[in-house]
Every structure is written in C-alpha cells, then in structure tokens.
Design a protein around this ligand. Structure first.
Ligand code: UDP
Ligand code: MG
Length: 343
C-alpha cells in the first residue's frame, strides 16, 4: 500500500487507513480527560479515521468510570479492561493486541509523551519507516531518577546483545507488520522497547524534550522501576552469566597467587601472615562474589520460571468497542467480551 497517500487531508473519498493510539492507564484520573482533549486536537485535523485504545490496567480510582464515559461519548474510544494490575509493559501488550490500525502509536497516559509529536511520527512512517521511536533529549525528573535512567541505559548498551538506542522509551509508532510480529512473540516477560528493537524492520528515531508528568504521581515506584530495569537487562543479555564465570575465574586466580605467596613466605622465611583482617577480607570478598553470582543465576532462573509456567502476560476482563466504529460513524452496540484470555 502506498504510504505517501496516508493521513493527508484529501478531498477524494478514498478510504484512508486507520491510525490507532494505544495508552496504558493506571490510576490516571487527573490526566485522562486532558489526554483525550489533546489527542483529539492533534488527530482530528488529520482527516483520517483513528481509534484510541485505552487500556485500564486495574485502576482503582475514577479512571475506569472516566474512560467508560469517553467511550460512550466518542465512537473512536476503545476500552480494554484488564482483570487486575498487570503492569505497564503487559498493558502495552494488551493494547497492541487490540489495536486495529495500519499504524499504531504507543504512548503514556500522563502526557509525558506529547501527542503533538504524532504528526511527525506519521511523516517518518509515510517516508517508509516501519518503526518510529521517540528519543528523549532532556527529562524533567529528579536527579536520582535521572542518574538511575542514565546508569540503566549505559549498562544496557554495554552488556546487551542488541543495540537498544539509549533514551528511547515506549513512545513510538509501529507499522501493522511490526505490530503483528510483536503480537506473535511468545514471551510473557514483555520489555516492549527491547522487543521492538529485536523485531527489526526499518527504524528511525525522533528526538524530543520529555516534559514532566502533567498531574498525579508516577505509577512506577522505585521498586517497580528497578524491577523493569533488571527484566530489561536479563531479557536482552546473557552476558551477566558470562561475567559470573569471569568473576569465578578471577577469584580462583587470586586465590592461587595468594597461596603461592603464603607458601613461599612460609618456606623461605618461616613466617605466616598475621592478623585476622586479611582473612576477613578474603572471606567477605568470596562471600559477596558467591551471593552476587547466585543472584545473577536467580534472575535468569526467575525468567525461565515465568516463561515455563506459560501464564498469559495479562487477562482481559472486558473489551468495549463500538462495532465498525472507524468504518461508519453511525454507532452500534458494544461488543463485550468477558474474560477473554489473551492468546
Ligand atoms: N502504568 C500502567 N500500569 C502500571 C504502571 C503504570 O499502565 O502498573 C501506566 C501509567 O498509567 C502511565 C504509564 O504507564 O500511563 C507510565 O507510567 P508512569 O508515568 O508512572 O511511568 P514513568 O513516566 O515514571 O516511567
Ligand atoms: Mg510518566
């Protein structure tokens, strides 16, 4: 299909391809209305059909009610309700599985991903890119978080088997082909930005300044953030395992050198190292190295365990979509699916 014709204001009544915007939401009652208004302001002038897939990731504030109201008000709002909180990455996967567009945008619900960037995404997509991802030039976040993000992306770039562009988050546009491939990936641990890179196709970055959260508190606690970072590292690199081997070899080498030195001292000078400080240091060092190695092994074991159980990454409790909403705008009954377990 000729992408150049897509999403241009056109006078002819040629059917235009659908654009989907997927937004995961967890307790975002403060921003959800503003999000919809800004999305509409950006998408309306494109004169192409669009749908906004709002994924309610088990919110327990007014979010479910607010997005249901949006769905009532506007045909183009699709609601995917998860049966509980499955986490940001799982919510993105759920949204991608239900998006029907020819091009699919993924963005956060707190307006840290400015919707005004979408036309530029579309321009790069029309130029033939299959994936357009936003790259943060700056962030409005506290110094501790900023340092954490930096360390994470450096470490990821250093040890990862894939070249994941630094500071590219989940905010992106994907072509239908890429979304289909994403949906077919069998893994349960879904680190979207890494998987997106893994899929390949033609990818392009788009630099932007990341604003602060519009309202509300970050839904990622530091613990969740560290968890996400470890998942990302473990899913996309096996080099920590190799490093453990090197650590073991280095410790063994050190032990051999020390033994030789002590023996030499004992034979030639009839002396032995004195004091317990040296012993303590060696014991502590080895203890730490062993615990660290067990931890690294444990992380990989955890992933294997999660994948082996084959439980779905998320469960959809309810799906609300106006039938044929993006084809004819005449409204129809809701399509409700109860407990549709994600394939
Ligand atoms: N989110 C979610 N489930 C969660 C945590 C977050 O769907 O368990 C959503 C949240 O509503 C927001 C997006 O993921 O739309 C990003 O979350 P947040 O702003 O807290 O992350 P940060 O910007 O700090 O990385
Ligand atoms: Mg945020």
């Amino acid at each position: 299909m000729d992408r150049a014709a897509h999403f241009r204001p056109s006078r002819t009544r040629r059917p235009q391809p659908l654009l989907s915007v997927v937004v995961p939401l967890y307790n975002e009652q403060e921003t959800v209305e503003a999000l919809w208004e800004r999305l509409r302001a950006v998408l309306q002038p494109l004169e192409a059909p669009f749908e906004v897939v709002l994924v309610d990731d088990g919110s327990h504030d007014a979010t479910p009610r607010l997005i249901d109201a949006l769905h009532q008000r506007d045909q183009r709002v699709v609601v995917v309700r998860l049966s509980r909180n499955f986490g940001h990455q799982a919510a993105i996967s759920a949204g991608l599985a239900h998006a029907q567009g020819q091009a699919v945008v993924v963005m956060d619900g707190d307006l840290q991903d400015p919707p005004e960037l979408i036309p530029q995404f579309l321009r790069l997509w029309r130029e033939g890119n299959d994936v357009v991802y936003a790259v943060r030039r700056s962030r409005r976040e506290g110094p501790v978080r900023r340092l954490g993000y930096r360390a994470f992306y450096q470490l990821l770039g250093w040890i990862s088997d894939l070249e994941i562009p630094p500071d590219s988050g989940d905010f992106s546009l994907m072509d239908r082909r890429v979304v289909d491939a994403f949906n077919r990936l069998p893994e349960r641990c879904r680190f979207a930005r890494g998987l997106r890179r893994f899929l390949g196709f033609r990818q392009a970055g788009l630099v932007y300044d990341r604003p602060a959260r519009a309202a509300g508190r970050p839904k990622y606690t530091l613990r969740k953030l560290v968890g996400l970072a470890i998942d990302g590292l473990v899913s996309f690199s096996s080099s920590p395992l190799r490093m453990v081997t090197y650590l073991g070899l280095a410790a063994a080498g050190l032990a051999i050198v020390l033994t030789a030195w002590v023996l030499d001292d004992a034979i030639r000078h009839h002396s032995a190292p004195q004091g317990w400080a040296s012993t303590l240091i060696v014991v502590l060092f080895l203890g730490a190295a062993q615990l660290l190695s067990l931890g690294v092994l444990g992380e990989y074991l955890r992933l294997i365990f999660l994948e082996a159980k084959q439980r779905p990454a998320y469960i959809v409790a309810e799906l609300k979509r106006h039938a044929g909403s993006h084809r004819d705008h005449d409204g129809a009954a809701d399509e409700r699916v109860s407990m549709a377990v994600a394939e």
